[in-house]
Design a protein around this ligand. Structure first.
Ligand code: SIN
Length: 487
């Protein structure tokens, strides 16, 4: 890859806080280093915001909430549509920036830019479909009018694994609904979000509607905002552990909350499945985003009659992947985000092999600079292995056998999480029985990917609540008001 081009893209990216339509340094003047996960080297520094900066961002959002909420839905939709087009036009440059700060391959980053842009296109079309109801009271005396109105200033917190798309699926519906926002991207990957702020401003989003604050201490900047009664909504994507803490902080202020949290997706392969198609689906469900996704298949439960064949074929496919810097030609799998994540993955693999699992392929960290880990398939994994109950967030596929449908469903549901499950079967009766019995918010039936801006993404149990995308996504940013009319 052209290092001059990389430098240009990094130099061009905004590095300051974006508050009230202005780019500014942190009030304390401090900065925060952004690391290239493929080398561990510092790419650049960005402003390290303070609680005062965060309050200034909320002030800006509050100041324009009234006027922004009055902007015609069509105009809000047109802003999103223009932002969609700019994102598509700049996809090459945005993908390079994303790869540099997050690590995934350029092809994956481009796919994310498209995914991210599609949320804007979807919600540009939803902005004009916000409606209400009119009814006659059952006793005939009076009329009932319901209307939808913007919730108000929103606090948005996004993770590092999808630096753009996890933002656009909150920003899209918030803009469409007429809400203002304070966004805090993950401290590891703020550059894509800062570029997005530039794109939104260029698309005509009024100053103050979208504000971005970065910080090395998320709780110190977001804590005061969550407690501020002017904020009306909190939307978070990240770990269940942090989600619980945010819920506690949001409780005194009774903030409306959406939580897209951790997962532990089971991937079920029945004896009547098309095994080749199941392996292809497994590669997507497991290896998209280097396995660093809350919808990544975390554990493979395969019928005992096809478990050996499935494991061997998955091992071949995983073993053929080329690991390397995401910008390099021919690379399939980039580095993990940091050393902490890599250590965690290594410990989970060691724990499983220590308890009897067999490494069919991979199993170790890659030596040298950067946070690379070998694509790994583990066979005969016992239920006691920690990775069967812990979200792996890395390129490791544990396979275990089951003997009948009842056991498969029991194993799949034996988790505190309930985000997504994948099911491979060619039997339509079984497909319906199993998908209905699974305690999850989403199911991939004979496919390894559920993510789609036109569909409601979200989980049950400890995977959180609220839906992002689909018709449901905008409801998270709207309040219902009812008017009782005398006749
Ligand atoms: C996530 O990992 O949090 C979301 C992944 C997706 O939208 O596909």
């Amino acid at each position: 890859m052209d290092t001059k081009r990389e430098r240009e893209v990094i130099d061009k990216a905004p590095k300051q806080l974006f508050i009230g339509g202005e780019w500014r340094d942190a009030s304390g003047g401090r900065t925060l280093g952004i690391e290239d996960p493929s080398s561990g080297e510092t790419l650049c520094k960005v402003a390290d915001g303070t609680p005062e900066d965060a309050t200034a961002a909320l002030d800006a959002a509050v100041e324009v909430q009234g006027s922004w909420g009055q902007v015609a839905p069509r105009e809000r939709g047109e802003i999103l549509r223009r932002a969609f087009e700019i994102l598509v036009d700049r996809s090459d440059e945005l993908a390079l920036l994303m790869t540099l700060e997050m690590g995934k391959t350029i092809a994956e980053s481009k796919a994310e830019v498209t995914y991210a842009a599609e949320f804007f296109r979807w919600f540009s079309e939803e902005a004009v479909r916000i409606d209400g109801r009119f009814a006659t009271s059952p006793n005939g005396q009076g009329r009932l009018l319901t209307m939808k109105q913007p919730v108000g200033p929103c606090l948005l917190i996004t993770p590092w694994n999808f630096p753009l798309a996890m933002g656009t699926r909150k920003i899209g519906p918030a803009v469409a609904a007429g809400c203002t926002m304070v966004m805090k991207p993950a401290q590891q990957t703020p550059l894509s979000m800062l570029e997005l702020a530039r794109v939104l401003a260029e698309a005509g989003l009024p100053d103050g509607v979208f504000n971005v604050i970065m910080s090395s201490s998320s709780s110190s900047v977001m804590g005061p905002l969550i407690a501020d009664e002017r904020a009306r909504k909190l939307s978070f994507t990240g770990s269940t552990e942090v989600g619980r803490k945010l819920m506690e902080q949001a409780a005194p202020n009774l903030l409306r909350v959406s939580m897209e949290l951790g997962g532990n997706a089971p991937f079920l392969v029945f004896d009547d499945a098309d095994i080749e198609s199941a392996v292809q689906g497994a590669m997507v469900a497991k290896m998209r985003n280097i396995g660093e996704s809350c919808v990544a298949a975390n554990r493979f439960h395969v019928h005992e009659s096809v478990a050996d064949e499935f494991t061997a074929r998955l091992g071949d496919a995983m073993g053929a992947l080329k690991v390397g810097r995401g910008t390099d030609e021919g690379v399939d799998i980039g580095p993990l985000i940091d050393d902490v994540q890599r250590q965690k993955v290594a410990e989970l693999v060691d724990d499983a092999t220590g308890k009897g699992a067999k490494a069919v392929v991979g199993g170790s960290a890659v030596e040298g600079a950067g946070y690379f880990f070998e694509p790994t398939v583990l066979g005969s994994v016992p239920a006691s292995a920690d990775l069967m109950t812990t979200e792996i967030f890395g390129p490791v596929a544990p396979v275990a056998a089951f003997s009948d449908e009842g056991e498969a469903v029991r194993l799949a549901n034996n988790s505190e999480f309930g985000l997504v499950a994948y099911v491979y079967t060619r039997n339509i009766d079984r497909a319906l029985r199993v998908t209905e019995a699974l305690d999850v918010g989403m199911v991939g039936l004979n496919q390894g990917m559920v993510s789609n801006p036109a569909a409601p993404f979200g989980g049950v149990k400890q995977s959180g609540f609220g839906r992002e995308g689909g018709y449901e996504g905008i409801e998270e940013y709207l309040d219902t008001k009812y008017v009782a009319i005398a006749t």
